[in-house]
Design a protein around this ligand. Structure first.
Ligand SMILES: [Zn+2]
Length: 84
């Protein structure tokens, strides 16, 4: 069971299909930002300027911008550990 889980996690990492856990709303102002993450990430990988992307996505306040820029995907790491 555990081995299966680890294999699944590794498969996800290899295929790079694992989903993000970005906060749905900005912690500070409450603006919904979770739905913007995939586009943001795609455009980052395409080599676009972060400032331009954030402006295009309509993230004007620095609280939301910081949340997007500071987000680190730790799901792969966390998934290795059992809760109990
Ligand atoms: Zn905000």
């Amino acid at each position: 069971m555990t081995l299966k889980l680890e294999q699944n996690v590794q498969n996800h990492i290899v295929k790079d299909t694992i989903k993000m856990i970005i906060p749905i709303r900005c912690f500070s102002c409450g603006k919904p930002i979770g739905h913007l993450w995939e586009e943001y990430n795609k455009r980052i990988e395409a080599g676009e300027d972060r400032r331009e992307i954030l402006n295009d996505l309509g993230l004007d306040r620095y609280c939301c911008r910081a949340l997007m820029m500071g987000h680190v995907d730790l799901l792969e790491e966390v998934a290795k550990f059992k809760k109990f």
